[in-house]
Ligand binder design. Structure first.
Ligand SMILES: Cc1cc2nc3c(=O)[nH]c(=O)nc-3n(C[C@H](O)[C@H](O)[C@H](O)COP(=O)(O)O)c2cc1C
Length: 266
């Protein structure tokens, strides 16, 4: 089959997943690329991808699973035997069952997974004091993402229909491991540094932040994605929860050694 149009479907609060998927889409070399970014869209937006398009799904890994908000929003994507590339981006610890969960999700929605990859992105909890995969994906990662797109293109061009390919095997377990536990934890705002500019509220994927005379955060709705911390221009938005800070220090010390992307082709 020819690779003519590519639809990228991503969820990416701190943008690392989006960067990786964009590089893969360029590597696929299609004449048309559609960017369906579900990060700030509410559940219910429908995306239908034609059978002769290629879809690229990109999600961040939370607790070894696909981030739960991404699962909800990706369910609205429908394929009709459409070939799909699967991409999980993780913060240099592990991606565990996330790729398999993503494969199960897209198969149930009418896609045919043909290739998959796990890439590394700066950990959402990474700070100057406790850096975890800081600056990833870097130039080297994005070159590998581009090369993955080129390999996937060659693979698709080698068959008439994606169903003619040897089935793709991705790692992971069923049932999938236990995901994130719910809790009432969220970043906080230091009033002395906050200018009430509202950027934190704008980037929150779940609308958990209200900015008026002060910044109010709904800790039960917060997914800890850290988009608000990374976007804050004055450093007023911070994580103060001792449990998360301990986890961040542990990740920096135990998972500081650079990991490399892995690619799965049939
Ligand atoms: C709540 C939460 C849980 C996470 N769990 C994992 C994990 O299990 N393994 C890992 O390596 N990274 C984990 N991460 C890090 C993200 O997968 C990583 O930072 C990713 O690059 C974020 O993608 P984004 O930039 O598209 O939002 C977690 C991040 C958050 C916020």
């Amino acid at each position: 089959m020819e690779v003519r149009a590519v639809t990228c479907v991503t969820y990416s609060p701190t943008r690392t997943t989006h960067k990786v998927v964009s590089a893969i889409a360029t590597g696929l070399g299609a004449s048309a690329i559609t960017d369906v970014d579900l990060t700030w869209r509410k559940v219910g937006i429908k995306v239908t991808v034609a059978p002769d398009d290629v879809a690229v799904f990109g999600v961040p890994v939370y607790a070894g699973r696909v981030a739960a908000t991404a699962v909800e929003r990706l369910r609205t994507a429908k394929g009709r035997g459409t070939p799909a590339l699967l991409v999980a981006v993780y913060g240099n610890r592990a991606y565990e069952d996330a790729l398999l969960e993503l494969a199960d999700l897209v198969v149930a929605s009418g896609f045919v997974p043909v290739a998959a990859a796990a890439f590394i992105g700066e950990h959402s909890y990474s700070t100057k004091e406790a850096p975890i995969a800081a600056g990833r994906p870097d130039v080297q990662d994005l070159e590998q993402a581009h090369a993955f797109g080129r390999s996937a293109r060659a693979l698709l061009e080698s068959v008439t229909h994606p169903r003619d390919l040897v089935p793709l095997v991705v790692p992971g377990n069923r049932p999938h491991r236990r995901g994130m536990r719910e809790g009432d934890v969220a970043p906080s705002t230091l009033p002395d540094l906050c200018t009430l500019c509202g950027l934190c509220g704008d980037v929150c994927p779940v609308g958990a932040i209200e900015v008026g005379d002060a910044v109010e955060t709904d800790g039960l709705a917060c997914t800890l994605c850290s988009a608000c911390i990374k976007v804050c221009p004055t450093g007023a938005r911070v994580m103060e929860d001792e449990g998360i800070l301990r986890t961040a220090r542990w990740l920096a010390s135990e998972h500081g050694a650079r990991k490399e992307p892995v690619i799965f082709l049939p």
